[in-house]
Design a protein around this ligand. Structure first.
Ligand code: FES
Length: 107
């Protein structure tokens, strides 16, 4: 059974800026929240290549560029899209309810 099976209230939907990324501590995990074309996405915030926070990177469309070595991930499924990253970043299901962003954190 998952350690975080429940939906956690992350933040207000309005706190996630359009076409941008923010970093939050949610349930003890460092999480990046993005909004692209009105849809909110969530991934782990720490790059799989090194100790860099993706919320300090650059969001272009559905791709987040890591600030340290410019590796890239697709925030929709976490897949690596540009070297040097080779390992996918973990994604977390998002639900919007009553103007709040709810996350189901994956182990
Ligand atoms: Fe992210 Fe190297 S730490 S690409």
């Amino acid at each position: 059974m998952s350690k975080h099976p429940e939906w956690l209230d992350a933040t207000a939907e309005a706190d996630v800026p359009d076409d941008d990324v923010i970093g939050l501590d949610i349930g003890g995990l460092d999480i990046a929240l993005y909004r692209v074309d009105g849809t909110v996405y969530a991934t782990d915030n720490v790059c799989t290549h090194g100790q860099a926070r993706l919320c300090d990177g650059f969001l272009e469309g559905h791709e987040i560029e890591c600030p340290l070595h410019q590796g890239r991930f697709d925030i929709r499924d976490g897949s690596p899209t540009c070297a040097p990253v080779t390992e996918a970043i973990r994604c977390h299901p998002v639900r919007i309810e009553g103007g709040r962003v709810l996350l189901q954190l994956r182990d």
